[in-house]
Design a protein around this ligand. Structure first.
Ligand SMILES: NC(=O)c1ccc[n+]([C@@H]2O[C@H](COP(=O)([O-])OP(=O)(O)OC[C@H]3O[C@@H](n4cnc5c(N)ncnc54)[C@H](OP(=O)(O)O)[C@@H]3O)[C@@H](O)[C@H]2O)c1
Length: 334
């Protein structure tokens, strides 16, 4: 079968090629899924650089991609919830083998039935942004109606989903975007949209309950200043912290290094009586089912920027890497 395979890590020129690879074999708790569409995420471009080598179990050569929607063709002997012919969506992030292929191995505990009202492209756009937003807003921050949430980069894959989810939880949501996207981002439901090319968010926003850290640079430290006491920054972009190393069972050295990397931001957070944590998304079938229900009820709508064919998958990665996507970039496999 055809797959897009990472063969060699490199910061400047990773070796990524289409290959003819053996159709994967499944274990008792797994399913073989014919992949119809794959949603891309920024980490699909970061993995080839080697920056996640110490953290992810990824053995080269390996198929890239982690979000998918498709049809179950085979189920392992222990699979209870699915049967051949079921249309599913899933995140197989951090499972060592990816989704940018004609077939993928999908553990049962990563998959949910595809919302009936979504096509495969729409469904494939959801898993990572849906799970990340759910884990940040619900699991870590437990957002309650009326709370104030700042979600920078409202036009991105995460922002365009997280704004809708935070509004569903009843939050008052502020976001940032560039001038050309202002009206479009307002349409996602944000209460306040700041043009980051003209205004610094920390001058206007105050007494927030939570910030979702989606942008790099100084933004995370600046975000601490807009929180009320007890407020939380949940960062998706780092710095990684010791708690993350502990949770993943990483070695003492990495725990020490991540502790050093996050020492400044955690210190600043303590001074302000607020909390800093780094979130690393994990596949979760139960949460994906919850997200699926919201999509089926049209409380949340998928936001697709561009769809590429499988042959154009490398162009799709390059397009996403420009960092200007409005919503999600999806590769249609068939
Ligand atoms: N830790 C985790 O588990 C996890 C999970 C998912 C994602 N992430 C990370 O979260 C980040 C966001 O992911 P994503 O999928 O949303 O990325 P994305 O879709 O590539 O984001 C692109 C968007 O970011 C906006 N943007 C860029 N710089 C901005 C700035 N300074 N202020 C406001 N908006 C800005 C762009 O809008 P303009 O064109 O208007 O600038 C564009 O619409 C990435 O770094 C990703 O790696 C982490």
């Amino acid at each position: 079968m055809k797959a897009l395979v990472l063969k060699k890590y490199s910061k400047s020129a990773p070796l990524i090629e289409f290959c003819d690879v053996a159709k994967p074999k499944i274990k008792p708790h797994e399913m073989l899924v014919q992949v119809y569409a794959v949603g891309l995420n920024p980490i699909d471009n970061m993995i080839p650089s080697g920056m996640f080598k110490p953290v992810l179990k990824f053995q080269l050569p390996a198929t890239l991609g982690s979000d998918l929607a498709g049809v179950v063709t085979e189920v392992g002997s222990q699979v209870k919830r699915f049967k051949p012919g079921d249309e599913i969506f899933a995140s197989i992030f951090d499972r060592g083998i990816g989704s940018l292929a004609e077939f993928a191995v999908v553990p049962e505990n990563t998959a949910a039935l595809k919302p009936a009202n979504l096509n495969f492209v729409q469904a494939a756009s959801i898993p990572m942004v849906g799970l990340t937003s759910w884990q940040a807003l619900q699991e870590v921050a437990n957002i309650q109606p009326g709370q104030k949430v700042f979600i920078p980069a409202g036009s991105g894959g995460i922002g365009s989903f997280a704004i809708q989810l935070a509004k569903h939880f009843g939050a008052n949501v502020s976001t940032t975007t560039s001038t050309r996207n202002l009206e479009w981002v307002k349409g996602l439901g944000a209460d306040k949209v700041i043009d980051y090319t003209k205004e610094d968010f920390q001058r206007t926003l105050q007494a927030y309950d939570m910030v979702l850290g989606t942008t790099r640079g100084d933004a995370i430290e600046q975000a601490l200043g807009i929180l009320k006491p007890g407020g939380k920054v949940v960062s998706l972009v780092g710095p990684l912290d010791a708690a993350f190393a502990e949770k993943r069972g990483l070695n003492f050295l990495l725990k020490f290094v991540f502790g050093l990397m996050s020492r400044k931001v955690i210190g600043l957070a303590k001074q302000r009586s607020v909390h800093y944590s780094f979130l690393f998304v994990r596949p979760d079938a139960v949460q994906l089912m919850e997200v699926g229900k919201l999509l089926e009820a049209e409380r949340i709508k998928p936001v697709i920027d561009r769809v590429f064919s499988f042959d154009q998958a490398k162009d799709a990665l390059a397009y996403l890497a420009q960092g200007r996507a409005k919503g999600k970039v999806v590769v249609e496999i068939i």
